[in-house]
Structure formats: C-alpha cells, structure tokens
Design a protein around this ligand. Structure first.
Ligand code: COA
Length: 259
C-alpha cells in the first residue's frame, strides 16, 4: 500500500476523469493527498463523479471538456492552475473506441477516434507543458494506451493507430522535456473488467471468455490495478523513470491463444 501522503500537495488533471479508469485514478490520487481536476464531456456524469470525490473528502473540481478541441483543453488546464495554483500531473486517459472491421470503417469514424485519443493527448501535453515545467515536484505526464497499439488490433485499427501514436509522442516528449524536469510515461492496461471499453470490445462482441484466456493470469484486471500503476509513475518513487511503458495486462501481450 502507498503511504497516505504519497501525492500530497500535487495537483492532477485527468481527462476522461468522470468514468471508469479515469475516475478510479482520480479517487486513488485524491486519497493519497492530491487535489484532482476531472475533465469529461458529459456534464451530468462529471457532477456525479465530483460529488463522489467530495464526499470522500477529496479536494476536487470538474471541468466539462471535449479533448478534441485544443482551445477547450487549454482553457481547462489554465483554469486548473487558476484554481489550485499549479499543475504537477497530467493524465491523458480520455478515449473513444468501437469495434468495427477496417473495411467498414468510415473516414469520419477513423478521424473521430484519432481526434479523441491521439490529438486529445497532444493538446493536453501542449497545454500542460509550461505549467508542468514550473511544478515544484517535477511534472509528470501519464497516458493510458494499450499493447494492442504495438501488435495491431483487428477490429479497432483506429484506436490501435492512435495508441501507437501516443506511445511515440510520449517517448519523443520524454527526451524533449526531460531537461525541464518533466517525466513522460504510458501505461498499457489489458482487459479491465467493469469498464465501458471491456464491455464494448469484448463482452458485447461475445469475446469475453477468449479475452480472459488470452491473459497469462487467466483473469480480467481491476481498475485499481491501473490506478496503482498511475500512482507509482506520478510519485517520487518513479523519479528516474521516463519514456517507459508500464504494462498492466496480466501477461496478455506475451501469450498466444488461437481461438
Ligand atoms: N461502428 C462503426 N462506425 C461507428 C460506430 C460503430 N460502432 N460508432 C461510431 N461510428 C462512426 C459514426 O458512424 C461516425 O462516422 P460517419 O459520420 O462516417 O457515419 C463517426 O464514427 C463518429 O460517430 P459519432 O457517433 O458522431 O461520434 P461521437 O463524437 O458522438 O462519439 C465515439 C464518439 C464514436 C467514439 C463514441 O463511441 C463515444 O463517445 N465514445 C466514448 C466512450 C468510449 O468509447 N469508451 C471506450 C473507451 S475504450
């Protein structure tokens, strides 16, 4: 378990922070002393998530943001600094995805996912840069991707290409911004139960059992598994870790299962 002050005095901005993995990260960061700002598109969902955070005594704010709009992202990050005085951690977690064999994917379907995942991550990094440079703890950027970005992802070419792009962007920024004291890392979750992503990609498509067997540990992961990795990377414990991709997938990417 992490010490309760692991992220004390840190301010974190989390895209997609009202749902699933993003919300789990927000709660976990908050419980470990961080002030958290959650950004998502859906105002109702944001308000519910904010009130849950506040009920736990977490200092938090919520800002409605569509990460496809660079101006909105910049405004939300500037507001975060206006409200809490700093930005120390950026978590690029917002993602869109749907199962669609590539031959049936429209240009706009492709563009929509690239805009949310890859472009949204770039807009976040760009808007956060000057603030992270001034972080008293050293800035930290963490982006949520998947190893399927490296292997290819039949039925989700758009998301796979976007995630591969985020990995490349992160490694570039790790070098470009290392001198500014900013660490840039990614996390690659495997199938995480109780998430919209797992529902859309595996359960709704009848591939839940196959997906479970693909993991070395023979089970889906939990949102907390990813949140704990995100705590480690944001904390001083990972002070010399940058340009890394922390795989939290139960060994899925190493295991071959035909059907
Ligand atoms: N299969 C094929 N194409 C699809 C699709 C599906 N299941 N869902 C959306 N599309 C296409 C649409 O047809 C449209 O393309 P077109 O104009 O050529 O017809 C394009 O994608 C945009 O769809 P739209 O519904 O207008 O986009 P949106 O901005 O309202 O929603 C999505 C974005 C599509 C990513 C939506 O699924 C979403 O909001 N997702 C957020 C949550 C999520 O994906 N979570 C999982 C994360 S792993």
């Amino acid at each position: 378990m992490f010490a309760p002050d692991t992220l004390k005095n840190r301010v974190a901005f989390i895209t997609g922070g009202a749902g699933d993995i993003g919300f789990e990260i927000a709660q976990t960061y908050g419980r470990l002393g961080a002030r958290v700002v959650i950004a998502s598109r859906n105002q109702t969902r944001l308000e519910e998530a904010l009130s849950t955070l506040q009920q736990q005594g977490i200092e938090a704010a919520a800002i409605a943001t569509d990460v496809r709009d660079a101006d909105q992202v910049k405004r939300a990050i500037d507001q975060t600094v206006g409200r809490f005085g700093a930005l120390d951690i950026l978590v690029n977690n917002a993602a869109g995805n749907f199962h669609c064999p590539t031959a049936g994917l429209t240009p706009n379907g492709w563009k929509t996912v690239i805009d949310i995942d890859l472009n949204g991550t770039f807009y976040g990094c760009l808007a956060a840069y000057e603030h992270l440079k001034r972080s008293a703890h050293g800035g930290s950027i963490i982006s949520i991707i998947t190893m399927l970005g490296l292997t290819g992802w039949p039925g989700a070419a758009h998301a796979a290409a976007a995630k591969a792009g985020i990995l490349s962007l992160s490694r570039t920024l790790a070098v470009e911004w290392g001198g500014d004291g900013i660490r840039v890392n990614t996390i690659s979750p495997g199938p995480i139960g109780d998430t919209e992503g797992a529902k859309r990609m595996y359960l709704d498509t009848g591939r839940g059992d196959l997906e479970r067997r693909k993991t070395a540990l023979n089970r889906f992961g939990a949102k907390a598994d990813v949140a704990h990795a995100a705590v480690y990377l944001a904390s001083d414990m990972a002070g010399y870790v940058t340009g890394d991709n922390l795989v939290v997938d139960g060994g899925r990417w190493l295991k071959y299962v035909a059907a």
